[in-house]
Design a protein around this ligand. Structure first.
Ligand code: ATP
Ligand code: MG
Length: 451
């Protein structure tokens, strides 16, 4: 038989391994907890959807839809046997895509399950993998994870925008994410004298400086002039500073809404920075937009993007519905947390230190001891302590060596004598000290030292 190839995870994907996964779990537990305190419930949409859903929601012209989606043909209305390789590319095939983001799915679910008939607004959050065929680099992967939330239905009261932002900031504070900065902006709405007026003014100002702009920005003057404001090119910065600003073009309603959002953020003690260059290129995004950056991420420093999208549910065939949401890049969030831990020299309270080391290593030896060791492991685990029980007996010296290697705090020594006496020896590995306990005393001791 041919030698098997050396398999590797596909470019842009990666394995998340312990002990780092302990941090991922801690982050996700905190998200669930914090979002729960704000009255959000979890939604778990599928990871693939009709391509058409993303084309409509995200926009066919965007990079995401036009070149980054993992799209393939699937059969509809046929039995599984019929979907052999030969027919897989038949005209009956529907195009499906791995989700590049989840807002479209949440809106689809809102419509599909008639959630507008439930109490409004519906507050939903999700966690899970997203897929985009981008150039892999630090903080940018082809399978990456987002934690996001959406508020659908109800009113567009500025307090809702502010509460959604307050919720993300509360979550980040709880994680002690280093160097958090919140930027906010209002991009008006699609009506004539608001964003359309601004885009027209921006376009004509851009035409005048076209020669000084790079190729990307030149192209965007036609396709999506707002995206020029996003440019990171050094030589374009002084030019961009002279361009018209959206704040001067907002209609009275949008102006009032934006002022009220800022006032609401202040009431909630949320620090923000206004950033007139913060835009979202898609038509259905409107009014409030925000982005949160964190430390230690290089140029991929955005950990969260969000905004209001009152037109989206309708665009997907639902009733007119208010909407606002955000998506956090969990991979970047974790990278930033790890950088923060590193710069603190990995404090003993760090979530990684908690890791997956067993608290107690059971060093057992002797034919009659096996049953007691098994029972001790069961009782300690039931009481919530992590225990390593070696499958076969080991000489005590070997056992202690392995216990320290695993990072255990204690070794529970069980030999024939201990079992006969009913008094067990607990060795603290850090200083070698030993104490004798009956089983109930041992549990009591471990509980009280848990702190
Ligand atoms: P960026 O400008 O960094 O490409 P984006 O505008 O594409 O971000 P969104 O689509 O708003 O980002 O997604 C929200 C968040 O998801 C981003 O702020 C980022 O943290 C994360 N994210 C987006 N794409 C990736 C990716 N390919 N790998 C890892 N995280 C990502
Ligand atoms: Mg992107």
């Amino acid at each position: 038989m041919a030698k098997p190839p050396k398999f590797q995870a596909i470019r842009g994907t990666r394995d998340l391994l312990p002990p780092e996964t302990a941090l991922w779990n801690r982050v996700e537990e905190n998200a669930r907890h914090v979002f729960g305190t704000f009255g959000f419930g979890e939604i778990r949409p599928p990871v693939f959807e009709p391509t058409e859903l993303f084309a409509r929601a995200v926009g066919g012209e965007t990079d995401i839809v036009s070149k980054e989606m993992y799209t393939f043909a699937d059969q509809t209305g046929q039995s599984e046997e019929a979907s052999s390789l030969a027919t897989r590319h038949s005209p009956l095939a529907t195009s499906i895509s791995l989700r590049p983001e989840a807002t479209a799915s949440v809106c689809r679910a809102y419509i599909e399950h008639n959630m507008q008939q439930l109490p409004q607004p519906q507050k939903l959050y999700y966690l899970g993998p997203m897929f985009r065929r981008e150039r892999p680099q630090k903080g940018r992967y082809r399978q990456f994870y987002q934690i996001g939330a959406e508020v659908l239905g109800g009113s567009d009261a500025p307090a809702i925008d502010a509460e959604v932002i307050e919720m993300v900031m509360t979550f980040f504070n709880r994680l002690q994410l280093p160097g958090v900065q919140l930027d906010v902006n209002s991009i008006g709405h699609a009506a004539d004298n608001c964003r359309r007026g601004y885009v027209a003014a921006l376009k004509s100002a851009l035409e005048k400086v076209k020669d000084k702009l790079g190729a990307d920005s030149q192209r965007r003057i036609e396709t999506n002039p707002l995206r020029v404001l996003d440019s990171k090119l050094e030589h374009e910065q002084p030019i961009i500073e002279t361009l018209p600003r959206i704040a001067d073009h907002l209609c009275d309603d949008c102006k009032a809404h934006y002022a009220a959002v800022k006032c609401q953020l202040e009431l909630r003690g949320v620090l923000y920075k206004e950033n007139w260059r913060l835009v979202r290129g898609l038509d259905y995004y409107m009014r409030t937009t925000f982005e949160i950056t964190a430390q230690g991420l290089g140029s991929q420093n955005a950990v969260c993007g969000g905004g209001r999208y009152d037109g989206l549910v309708e665009l997907l065939g639902g009733p007119p519905t208010k909407g606002i949401g955000f998506a956090i890049g969990e991979d970047r969030l974790i990278l930033s947390l790890l950088e923060g831990l590193k710069s603190q020299g990995g404090s003993p309270n760090s979530p990684l230190a908690a890791g997956h080391s067993p608290l107690v290593y059971i060093a057992w030896m002797g034919e009659h001891v096996c049953a007691t060791a098994i029972r001790a492991a069961k009782d300690l685990r039931n009481a919530g302590f992590s225990v390593e029980l070696p499958p076969t007996e080991q000489k005590f010296g070997k056992a202690l060596e392995r216990a320290s290697k695993l990072g255990s705090r204690y070794a529970l020594i069980l030999g024939d004598n201990e079992v006969a006496e009913g008094s067990w020896t607990l060795k603290t590995l850090a200083d070698g000290s030993q104490q004798k306990f009956t089983e109930p005393e041992l549990l009591e001791f471990l509980r009280s030292s848990r702190g």
